[in-house]
Design a protein around this ligand. Structure first.
Ligand code: HEC
Ligand code: HEC
Length: 211
């Protein structure tokens, strides 16, 4: 017997990225040396080793953050994304103010407590939803520098300290769904343990911005 769900990806709508982050670009430039652009390629005078390692750790973690298993719930618009190609969610699903769906089209109508078996079936989790409309935590389209700044900024990260961000990526059960994605879906390029360790290393070595 066939299940009641019959969801096929009709057309892969590639999401065009709309960048809304222009305002974030120029906040922190702590060591303002003389304004000559030519001096920008000079290496930093001190803290270089740790800063380089911190940046490298973030760049490794970034590959996970931007993987479809994570980015599909951290879209630039008000529609979740689906699939390996991160196309817009079918069935006209929208974020809604609380991230749980608009009007009668709630995430939990289709996303059950656990993954449903079979390809193209909805992944499950008791709290499956997007970040809320007033704090959308967008990953899609963010460069490494933009995303690193955003994750450090309590005004954009849900009021979290850096330590709370590290704990979130280490323990949160929605994050963990990335490694239990349901039949037919790829997992992020690092194990969860490796990813959490890279985020920890990024923070411990100064949470550098990889420009
Ligand atoms: C009408 C049913 C339905 C509703 C309502 C629904 N979804 Fe889905 N969703 C699905 C199905 C089916 C899939 C799997 C599609 C596939 O793999 O082809 C899916 C997949 C997804 C994925 C992709 C997961 C991945 O790892 O790639 C995300 C993200 C997602 N939904 C988020 C949401 C959110 C957030 C809501 C509420 C705002 C929601 N969905 C509401 C049916 C639904
Ligand atoms: C089902 C949707 C969903 C999936 C899948 C998901 N997230 Fe999230 N994510 C959320 C929601 C909702 C929040 C806000 C929750 C909160 O503040 O406690 C959030 C918050 C976050 C935050 C905190 C703050 C910020 O500024 O973004 C990080 C970091 C994060 N997620 C990383 C990840 C990573 C890494 C993955 C993949 C391994 C992932 N998420 C997968 C829904 C999701």
């Amino acid at each position: 017997m066939k299940t009641i769900f019959k969801f096929r990806c009709a057309a892969a709508v590639i999401v065009t990225v709309s960048l809304v982050s222009a305002a974030q670009g120029c906040r922190s430039k702590p060591r303002g040396s003389a304004a000559s652009p030519a001096s920008r390629s000079q290496p930093a005078a001190f803290g270089q080793g740790d800063t380089a390692e911190s940046r490298a750790a973030f760049l490794a973690a970034y590959k996970v953050l931007m993987h479809p298993r994570c980015m599909n719930c951290h879209p630039a618009g008000d529609v979740p994304l689906q699939g390996e190609d991160s196309h817009l969610h079918l069935q006209n699903v929208k974020r809604g103010p609380d991230g749980k769906g608009l009007y009668a089209l709630k995430c939990s109508n289709c996303h059950q407590l656990k993954n449903l078996p079979g390809e193209n079936m909805p992944p499950g989790h008791p709290e499956w939803h997007l970040p809320p409309a007033d704090m959308p935590m967008v990953f899609e389209g963010r460069s490494p520098a933009q995303l690193a700044r955003q994750l450090k900024d309590p005004k954009q990260n849900g009021g979290k300290t850096l330590e709370e961000i590290i704990r979130h990526v280490s323990e949160d059960s929605l994050v963990l769904t990335g490694w239990n994605p349901g039949d037919g879906r790829t997992k992020p390029p690092l194990t969860h343990g490796e990813f959490a360790q890279k985020m920890r290393e990024w923070a411990d070595k100064g949470a550098a911005i990889p420009e």
